[in-house]
Design a protein. Structure first.
Length: 267
């Protein structure tokens, strides 16, 4: 990757986490870029419509990237395929249902269905990449790999700090591997107060027989009502829905694991 391209992408990723924008000095300093060069790159991004200058001298992303992402998802057919299945599961569980797509070693939330009619709703941001070590989808996928493969992936991404996620987030690889053993026996993941305080979730991978996983189907809700007992009861239905998605998902390129080289694509 060329230096200019790398710097531009770094700026876009930096600003994506700061919807209110950031000043030039902060961008250059935190990305370890020379201020004059960072300013030139920002001007280029402004020229092509990816960044806009704010009145106080800060810079922020435009909606161009998000528009491109939504257009991509729409044209991939993933929403048309997955939404009816997710809606059914949301109605049956009366909780939040999410779809995460696996790309290389990244699990990204791309769709949701809301089942809860009243009360607290667990609703993480659409489009985020999940922390594998403490998310239900991450655990479900890692459980399909060997302990060595899972360890390599988690070490590369890093363990989720309990202070930033949930109090039960594993702080060692050994603790995580022990959890994965339980998920493998159960056939789906089940986590409590691990991705966020007071929240529980479960997930099953979307995978055709003999193929690597293409994603994960997730159900999440407040721990006060989405208890371990309830999740265990819902497990067979979650697996059924995930298998249904695996069978019909070949119509979308995002649910074709061979197109992305799920395990081999580590870059």
């Amino acid at each position: 990757m060329s230096g200019s391209m790398e710097k531009a992408l770094a700026i876009l990723e930096y600003l994506a986490a700061r919807p209110h924008g950031a000043p030039l000095v902060s961008i250059a300093t935190e990305l370890n870029q020379i201020r004059s060069g960072c300013h030139r790159t920002l001007n280029e991004l402004v020229k092509y419509g990816y960044v806009r200058p704010l009145q106080r001298g800060d810079y922020a992303l435009t909606t161009k990237l998000s528009s491109m992402g939504m257009s991509f998802l729409s044209k991939s057919g993933i929403i048309d395929i997955a939404q009816p299945v997710m809606n059914r599961l949301a109605r049956e569980t009366e909780e939040l249902v999410r779809l995460a797509i696996l790309d290389g070693t990244r699990l990204t939330l791309v769709a949701k269905a809301v089942g809860a009619k009243v009360g607290l709703l667990y609703d993480p941001d659409m489009g985020i990449d999940l922390r594998l070590s403490c998310s239900a989808a991450g655990h479900a996928w890692l459980a399909t790999l060997s302990d060595q493969q899972a360890t390599e992936i988690v070490v590369r991404q890093g363990l989720g700090d309990p202070s930033s996620y949930g109090p039960n987030a594993p702080v060692t690889v050994e603790a995580l591997l022990a959890m994965l053993q339980g998920h493998r026996k159960r056939g789906f993941s089940l986590i409590q107060n691990m991705y966020a305080p007071g929240m529980n979730s479960m997930a099953a991978v979307i995978r055709r027989k003999g193929e690597p996983a293409a994603g994960a189907l997730i159900v999440a809700g407040p721990s006060s009502r989405f208890t371990e007992e309830r999740m265990l009861r819902l497990g067979p239905n979650l697996l059924k829905m995930a298998n249904e998605l695996a069978l019909i998902g070949s119509a979308s390129p995002l649910l074709k694991p061979d197109d992305r080289g799920t395990w081999g694509n580590m870059a």
